[in-house]
Write a protein that binds this ligand. Structure first.
Ligand SMILES: NC(=O)c1ccc[n+]([C@@H]2O[C@H](COP(=O)([O-])OP(=O)(O)OC[C@H]3O[C@@H](n4cnc5c(N)ncnc54)[C@H](O)[C@@H]3O)[C@@H](O)[C@H]2O)c1
Length: 275
């Protein structure tokens, strides 16, 4: 499977433990040029999660450069349309084109039962997980259509796009919505040779995943180790996800082998999710 000559932009990829870094690594190892992007400044509500640091993106890029030489790091807030446009222009200036967009940026840690959830929590999650993916899709697709050689868009949804989960109503709704965006974009962009798919991982202990583990273990009154053991017991393949599972699925969906797959929401969950 080769992605030689292709150029990708991956959002929310500036954290060492995150899925985004693994996706970039996998694309680079297939010969793709990669622009990794992430937030450049602290955001309201996000400091509560203590996930990573803002200077992390440059060290992630340095690690990735050992896998493939064609990698750049760009600060980009997916909620800011001007930043999205500027980043895509920067990618085209650097690498000459854009073939692949991976909408990976997401927040999933503003936990609260619905009856106590402040509207600002709801809006913060929707703005990143759903509006951000929409803005990136809009401008990446414009560039791909201009090039006239097709393209690939992969949205990192979640098992949360298929099933409910307590205390994460906005996250769950945003990921269900992301599958709706995937299907609509697949319909609209198919005529341009652009496929649009979603990947739906189950739990992975990334920075975000670790925060979720701590919250739900405390809620259930068990240790994090016990919480994860209980989770594994419910997964047919007997383990939680690792970043490479999602990264491999992305590489496949971006490859020529997946040329006839679009509008799909593909589970990568060890069998934890089957519909
Ligand atoms: N970890 C899991 O269990 C799991 C499971 C299913 C889906 N996901 C999804 O995978 C994606 C990556 O999550 P992760 O687990 O690697 O966590 P993570 O926190 O490491 O990655 C999320 C990234 O998004 C970035 N981000 C947040 N707001 C942003 C904004 N406004 N603009 C740009 N970037 C922004 C963060 O800085 C971070 O780097 C998310 O969309 C998440 O919902 C994660």
């Amino acid at each position: 499977m080769t992605l030689a000559g292709k150029v990708a932009l991956v959002t929310g990829a500036g954290r060492h433990q995150g899925l985004g870094k693994a996706i970039c690594a996998r694309l680079l190892s297939a010969g793709c040029a990669v622009a990794l992007t992430d937030l450049a400044s602290p955001q309201p509500l996000m400091d509560t999660a203590n996930i990573g640091t803002l200077s992390e993106m440059d060290t992630v890029a340095a690690d990735l450069a050992t896998i493939g030489p064609k990698v750049i790091a760009l600060p980009m807030d997916v909620r800011d349309e001007a930043q999205v446009e500027a980043s895509i222009a920067a990618v085209v200036a650097e690498f000459g084109r854009l073939d692949i967009l991976i909408n990976n940026a997401g927040i999933g840690y503003l936990f609260s039962p619905i009856i106590d959830t402040p509207a600002e929590f709801w809006k913060a999650v929707m703005d990143v997980n759903l509006m951000g993916a929409f803005l990136c899709t809009k401008h990446a697709a414009q560039q791909m259509i201009k090039q006239g050689t097709g393209g690939r868009i992969v949205n990192i949804a979640s098992q949360a796009a298929k099933s409910g989960h307590p205390h994460l109503s906005a996250y769950i709704a945003s990921k269900h919505g992301l599958v709706g965006l995937t299907r609509t974009a697949a319909l609209e962009l198919g005529a341009h040779g652009i496929t649009v798919n979603a990947v739906c991982p189950n739990h992975v202990t990334t920075g975000l995943g670790a925060v979720q583990n701590a919250y739900y273990a405390k809620l259930r009154g068990v240790s994090v180790e016990q919480y994860l053991a209980d989770m594994r017991a419910g997964i047919p393949l007997g383990r939680v996800g690792i970043p490479e599972d999602t990264a491999n699925a992305c590489a496949f969906l971006c490859s020529d082998q997946a040329a006839y797959i679009t509008g799909e929401a593909m589970n990568v969950s060890g069998g934890a999710e089957m519909h």
